[in-house]
Design a protein around this ligand. Structure first.
Ligand SMILES: Nc1ncnc2c1ncn2[C@@H]1O[C@H](COP(=O)(O)OP(=O)(O)O)[C@@H](O)[C@H]1O
Ligand SMILES: [Mg+2]
Length: 299
């Protein structure tokens, strides 16, 4: 879903890169934390995925798109597939909860009928049913962040990026927010959350990608800020790992099978069923095959 290949980002008029030769892959459906102290490059990573910044060297693929080769006119389509949540919520202060969430659909040209159906469903999902008419200042910080998450998720993007979403919240509220992101992840959305909130990270036992001054210093499955983590297998070894099975984005020459195998039901809407990866076909050699993205909407 998200692939970084030797990505370096150096901002103009700076000497040290904000990201330094970072390679990683975040498969479809994964929940990954990106941790590191302030200035380690977490936000830069997010902005590169959104193509709000361009790489200085290396390559990024998001849902099969090579961002360096993505024409400007296709950037809005990329961003529609990526929901974003920030530390400071960024709600429209004079609009109600309902309007804040509906706005995200209005700018996409959704019909009123769709808005009337989807917004309440999404508010329910984030635990805000009944609060539709409130203004942001009538909500707690945690509730405001839930509105922001609803807004980011209301068009069901395949990817959700959250940049320090708990940075302004107390520990209990933070845990609730991360559990909500986990719930969203379980619907099939890939979630990447930047944070330096150790308690939350350790509570979740998810993948932890750690940056230190722009360098990827560790990448742990079921990670922990401190100890007892399982090191992640390297990218080049991962070709044989089951988790790679259904990644449709990358065609690497050993794709010898039915190109439609990834999306057998040909669906173009809706969320992929959980556990699809496990059902993906194996190649002749027993190595899990990767498939080209042939289904146009790639949802
Ligand atoms: N727009 C920018 N221009 C110049 N330097 C930047 C810019 N954004 C971030 N940086 C620098 O890049 C490094 C990484 O920053 P950032 O990605 O914001 O880290 P984090 O989100 O982990 O705090 C820092 O040294 C920061 O000062
Ligand atoms: Mg940051």
């Amino acid at each position: 879903m998200i692939l970084f290949e030797n990505v370096t980002k150096t901002y103009p008029r700076t000497t040290r890169p904000a990201l330094d030769d970072v390679s990683l892959e975040i498969p479809r459906g994964e929940f990954a934390f990106v941790v590191g102290t302030s200035g380690s490059g977490k936000s830069t990573m997010m902005q590169l995925v959104m193509k709000e910044q361009d790489v200085s060297r290396g390559r990024i693929l998001v849902a099969g798109r090579d961002l360096d080769r993505l024409p400007e006119r296709k950037v809005p389509a990329l961003r529609r597939e990526i929901g974003c949540v920030f530390q400071d919520f960024r709600l429209l202060p004079n609009k109600t909860v309902f309007q804040n969430v509906a706005y995200a659909l209005q700018v996409l040209g959704s019909s009123r009928a769709r808005i009337r159906q989807t917004v309440p469903e999404t508010l329910e999902l984030v635990g805000l049913a009944g609060m539709e008419k409130r203004l942001p200042h009538q909500l707690s910080g945690g509730e405001q962040q839930r509105v922001a998450i609803a807004r980011a998720f209301v068009n069901r993007p395949p990817v959700l990026l959250a940049d320090e979403p708990t940075g302004n919240l107390d520990p209990d509220t933070s845990l609730g927010i991360v559990q909500l992101l986990d719930r969203i992840n379980r619907t099939g959305t890939t979630v990447v959350m930047a944070t330096h909130d150790t308690v939350t990270v350790n509570a979740m036992r998810k993948r932890v990608i750690r940056l230190d001054r722009g360098v990827l210093v560790s990448d742990m499955e079921a990670g922990d800020y401190t100890t007892g983590s399982i090191p992640r297998i390297r990218l080049d070894e991962e070709a044989e790992a089951p988790r790679r099975a259904a990644e449709p984005e990358v065609s690497d020459g050993y794709d010898d099978g039915d190109p439609t195998a990834y999306d057998q039901d040909g669906e173009s809407e809706g969320l992929p069923p959980i556990g699809r990866d496990a059902d993906a076909p194996r190649g002749k050699s027993g190595i899990f095959r990767r498939h080209k993205a042939v289904q146009t909407s790639d949802r």
